[in-house]
Design a protein around this ligand. Structure first.
Ligand code: 13P
Length: 287
């Protein structure tokens, strides 16, 4: 069932768990994530960055593929198709293409401009029944060529953006996209608590879910995080399983070069990673 992410995240706040956003790159990725969500009876958010959207030939292709898969695979758990770190133009494209949720990342604009653009997009998205995430305080690391320095959001700015009627808020708390460096300081729970205090029941989003230790994830959920984004970890598991298959020479045995065989270990590895995260986030059985 393709739905906006609003209700599933409000339920997550009430139930003290988080829904995973898993980024997709192609058909195998999407299929593995949907299969796992259905098997575990968990709500799920499929994240699509602008780069991944382009790679898959455009947002219309992605929306058509996802809704057809939900139908053909008989997926009954709630699924949101969500634009990840959208630009202003990207948001409009996804709304038109049939996404059920968007993120407008205005964190690199001065706060007044972020407010102005977010406000406009809230109106447009809500008129279409689409949920909207906004961001305050850049998330560190590199994603799709966009490099963020990683900063802790200002709780007052978070309140300004939350008050615009957005459905969930991404706020930097020292989190970083990609692998965490050895000298990473950890999440700033002080900042998270201050943001929670200002924003009340607003579901908070933790980007950069890859490599955050389980105890920090649990503490973040306790402090109001209701959506956790995971991208790199699925890529690493896929690459690792595929490398093992090729290094074992399996692609050269029989018809091991058949893409359905060559990509199968990677697809299974994505399923295992998604399962592990859904169990950690507490979303299993919450569909
Ligand atoms: P990771 O790649 O670090 O898991 O981050 C994903 C993310 O935050 C997508 O927005």
């Amino acid at each position: 069932m393709l739905v906006s992410a609003t209700e599933m995240l409000q339920k997550a706040v009430e139930g003290h768990y988080a829904v995973g956003q898993f980024n997709i790159n192609n058909l195998e990725w999407t299929k593995s994530i949907l299969q796992t969500a259905q098997e575990l009876n968990s709500p799920v958010i499929l994240g699509v960055s602008e780069g991944a959207g382009k790679y898959m030939t455009g947002f219309k292709t992605v929306a058509a593929m996802v809704s057809a898969m939900i139908d053909e695979m008989k997926i009954t758990v709630p699924v949101a198709l969500h634009l990840d770190h959208g630009t202003y133009d990207g948001c409009y494209k996804c709304i038109k293409a049939g996404f059920s949720s968007i993120m407008f990342d205005g964190s690199h604009y001065p706060i007044d401009e972020n407010v102005e653009k977010t406000k406009e997009l809230v109106k447009v998205a809500h008129a279409m029944g689409i949920s909207i995430e906004a961001e305050v305080g850049a998330i560190g690391g590199e994603e799709d060529g966009v490099v963020g320095m990683g900063e802790c959001a200002d709780p007052n700015e978070c309140k300004m953006i939350a008050d615009l009627g957005i459905d969930f808020l991404a706020a930097g708390i020292g989190n970083i996209h990609g692998k965490y460096p050895a000298n990473w300081q950890g999440l700033s729970f002080e900042t998270l608590a201050a943001i929670k205090e200002k924003t009340g029941d607003m579901p908070l989003v933790l980007h950069g879910g890859t490599g955050i230790p389980a105890d920090m994830i649990k503490k973040a959920i306790d402090l109001g995080v209701a959506k956790i984004n995971v991208n790199t970890e699925c890529q690493l598991s896929f690459a690792d399983a595929t490398r093992k298959y090729v290094e074992a020479g399996k692609d050269l045995q029989g018809k091991g070069y058949d893409p359905r065989k060559l990509l199968a270990p990677g697809a299974e590895a994505i399923k295992a990673t998604v399962k592990e995260k859904m169990e950690l986030f507490g979303s299993v059985g919450k569909a």
